[in-house]
Write a protein of this length. Sequence first.
Length: 96
Amino acid sequence: VFDTVEYATTVVPTYPCGQIGFILAGKGDNINLRKPCREITDELQSQLQWYNESIHSASFVLPQFLENRLESLRPQQLDEDDDDLEDCFIGRCVIS
């Protein structure tokens, strides 16, 4: 159904068990959900306490046993250094 599917995780101390997982999916060729699509301005970053580009990318780092289980389920393998990849599809969304 989707061309790209990824799983991410984050720690939320106020959430029961402290961890939340996210499944991100998108349609279209060469979409890289692991890489933020928008640059955060210095002004915006100064207002953010819990997010930056490194946190975004690190959210997709999973334990090896889970990577092994998901490998066969992923529709495509992404090469993080591939210049032809379009950054995260969220860039086409409007946030107001």
